[in-house]
Design a protein around this ligand. Structure first.
Ligand code: O7E
Length: 217
C-alpha cells in the first residue's frame, strides 16, 4: 500500500448506495478503504470490487482459524478483488504463515491484529500483543494493527517490529484517539470510521485529518 495521505477509511455503513457515495467523496483523501462484516454481510462480496475503483480495499474479516481454513478464506477474499486481508494473530504462527504465504504468492498484503483499541482489549489481548507483533515480524506480514487509543503501545509495538512492517491504527475520533499523536508514536496510517462517514461533510472531515497528519508523515 502506498502512503500518500496516511488515512484509511473504515466504511462501516450497511447501505450500498451510501457506501458508494461516501467512497466517491473521500477517494482523494484516503490511501485505502477498509470494509468488513457490516457492509459485506448487508450488501455482498461484490461490494469489494465495486469500491476498488475508488481506492485499494482492505478486507477486515479478522480471520482467526486453522492454517488451511485461513488460506481458503484469504483465497476467496483476494479473488473478490481485495488488496489486503486483516487476520487475528492470537491463533498462532502456523495460521498466520498460511495467510502470509498465500498473500505473497498473489502480491497482496496481510495485516495482523495485535492489541485492539477498545477498553476490553485490556482483559486478555494486551498481555499477548507484543508477542503477536514479534510473530508478525518473523512471519514477514505486511504490517500490524495497533490501537490509536493507546499511542504508547503503538510506540512499544514499533520498537518490536522495526521499520520493515507498517502499523495501521484504528481508534481515532469516535474512540477518543488523536491522529497526529498516533502518527508521532510510530503509526503509518490511521483507520477512521464514524468521524468521517457520520460527518455532515465526509470529504471535509477526511481533509481535516489529512491536514492534521501532514507534517508528521
Ligand atoms: O471507531 P471508528 O468508527 O473510527 O471505527 C474504527 C474501525 O476500526 C472499525 O471498523 C473497527 O471495527 C476497527 N477496529 C477498531 O476500532 N479497533 C481495533 O482494535 C481494530 C479494528 C480493526 O479495524 O481491525 C482491523 C484493521
Amino acid at each position: 500500500m502506498e502512503r500518500k495521505t496516511g488515512l484509511i477509511l473504515a466504511l462501516d455503513v450497511t447501505d450500498r448506495l451510501e457506501a458508494v457515495e461516501i467512497s466517491e467523496k473521500v477517494a482523494g483523501y484516503v490511501d485505502a478503504i477498509k470494509i468488513g462484516y457490516p457492509l459485506v454481510l448487508s450488501t455482498g462480496m461484490d461490494m469489494i470490487s465495486q469500491l476498488s475503483k475508488f481506492a485499494p480495499i482492505i478486507a477486515d474479516f479478522k480471520v482467526a482459524d486453522i492454517p488451511n481454513t485461513n488460506r481458503l478464506i484469504c483465497e476467496q477474499v483476494f479473488k473478490a478483488g481485495a488488496d489486503a486481508v486483516i487476520v487475528q494473530g492470537f491463533t498462532g504462527h502456523d495460521s498466520l504463515e498460511a495467510a502470509v504465504k498465500l498473500a505473497k504468492e498473489e502480491n497482496k498484503d496481510i495485516y495482523v491484529v495485535t492489541e485492539m483499541s477498545h477498553p476490553g482489549a485490556l482483559d486478555f489481548m494486551q498481555q499477548v500483543g507484543e508477542g503477536i507483533a514479534k510473530m508478525a515480524a518473523d512471519a514477514k506480514a505486511s504490517g500490524v494493527v495497533a490501537p490509536a487509543t493507546r499511542p504508547e503501545r503503538v510506540a512499544e509495538i514499533r520498537k518490536i517490529i522495526g521499520n520493515d512492517l507498517s502499523i495501521i491504527s484504528p481508534g481515532v475520533g469516535a474512540q477518543g484517539g488523536s491522529a497526529s499523536d498516533v502518527i508521532k508514536a510510530g503509526a503509518d496510517w490511521v483507520i477512521v470510521g464514524r468521524a468521517i462517514y457520520q460527518a455532515e461533510d465526509p470529504a471535509m472531515a477526511a481533509k481535516k485529518l489529512v491536514d492534521e497528519m501532514k507534517e508528521f508523515i
